[in-house]
Design a protein around this ligand. Structure first.
Ligand code: NAD
Ligand code: UDP
Length: 335
């Protein structure tokens, strides 16, 4: 199939390009590069060994999107594009609503015009808000504590209304837990601007000597060692989850949301230890106050992914940390 990946040059999108290509699909990247670098396309071509189609554009440009869908004879869209920094979303909420919500409306309009009605959407575990129980299954009540999370909730609702209005649409929302790690080549990976907000990229930069010390946000949570627990999923497992999603999409009778996680939670201290083992570098850290808005623990129920998609995450913490460090080393060498 010919698959359009909005935001395909970004962290998850670029890894999905590899998984799609290896499975015999033809990926087409559509990205405005507001949070990625054009050089990722060359690196993807090096990994895949063939050219990767790329269109530079904003998802709010409906005419260009429509033309792209038609020119590349697209069969399905995976919609990764959007802004994703939780903290920033409270500072510039309108940009988040514009890029994420309005951008999705423009994409849907273009898809309608081009008669492409198969869509996989990048949602997030953030739509569950503060967990009322664990593991989080897809029936857990939804809520959001910041504008970023609200954009994901709004988009899920829009897609639900769309499916109810027109059964020809096949719509699947994938709720990602914490994507981490990198492709085994070490040529692509997560490349945050400025000081990373997320744990793994921060640890990676401490290991590379770019940052001096990790600050652990709180050691008084009701978790086994007092530090926050999350469900860290290898980005290549996540990418392969999209392959399973595309097969599942055709003829989907209802709007559907499925968790993509591992079902296993790890604490901050466990992640540091795993990274130290993988990189053979000590990660200095200190405990500081809790980060406002943080939750103690969050991990997925993976039953629906298993039963409906036939997909489970295969890679463990060692793969995550080794690939992350390999990418960080390469990234530092080209900086
Ligand atoms: P990313 O920022 O690396 O990739 C997003 C890509 O979209 C970037 O290449 C960016 O340039 C592009 N983009 C942004 N706005 C655009 C626009 N208006 N038009 C065209 N392109 C645009 O992010 P990611 O980590 O790869 O995340 C992909 C998706 O998954 C996002 O929707 C994100 O909200 C969601 N998600 C990510 C995580 C995570 O921790 N990384 C967790 C849950 C959900
Ligand atoms: N964390 C931390 N120091 C950091 C970044 C994150 O202690 O510099 C903790 C954070 O409090 C949480 C876990 O690491 O318990 C994962 O945080 P991340 O931001 O990666 O994911 P999220 O909280 O958005 O799920």
């Amino acid at each position: 199939m010919n698959i359009l990946l909005t935001g395909g040059a970004g962290y998850i999108g670029s890894h999905t390009v590899i998984a799609l290509s290896e499975a015999g699909h033809t990926p087409v990247i559509y990205d405005n590069f507001c949070n990625s670098n054009k050089s990722v396309v060359e690196r993807l071509e090096k990994i895949i060994g063939k050219p990767v189609a790329m269109v530079e554009g904003d998802i709010r440009d409906t005419p260009l999107l429509t033309k792209t869908l038609q020119n590349h004879e697209i069969n399905a869209v995976i919609h990764f594009a959007g802004l994703k920094a939780v903290g920033e979303s409270s500072i510039i909420p309108l940009e988040y609503y514009s890029s994420n919500v309005y951008g999705t409306l423009c994409l849907l309009e273009a898809m309608n015009q081009a008669r492409v009605k198969n869509l996989v959407f990048s949602s997030s575990a953030t739509v569950y808000g503060d967990p009322q129980y664990l593991p989080l299954d897809e029936q857990h009540p939804l809520s959001a504590t910041n504008p970023y999370g609200r954009t994901k909730l709004h988009i899920e609702e829009i897609l639900k209304d769309l499916k109810a209005s027109d059964s020809e649409w096949n719509v699947l929302c994938l709720r990602y837990f914490n994507p981490v790690g990198a492709h085994v080549s070490g040529l692509i990976g997560e490349d945050p601007n400025g000081v990373p907000n997320n744990l793994l990229p921060f640890i990676a930069q401490v290991a590379a000597g770019k940052l001096a010390k990790l600050k652990i946000f709180g050691n008084d949570y009701s978790t086994p060692d007092g530090t926050g627990v999350r469900d860290y999923i290898h980005v290549m497992d996540l990418a392969e989850g999209h392959l399973a999603a595309l097969s599942y999409l055709e003829g989907l009778s209802d709007w559907t949301a499925i968790n993509l996680g591992t079902g296993q939670g790890y604490s901050v201290l466990e992640m540091i230890k795993a990274y130290e083992m993988a990189s053979r570098i000590e990660i200095p850290f200190e405990f500081t106050l809790r980060r406002p808005g943080d939750i103690a623990a969050c991990y997925a129920s993976v039953e629906k992914a298993k039963s409906d998609l036939g997909w489970v995450a295969k890679r463990g913490l060692e793969d995550i940390c080794v690939s992350s460090y390999k990418w960080q080393t390469y990234r530092s060498s080209i900086a």
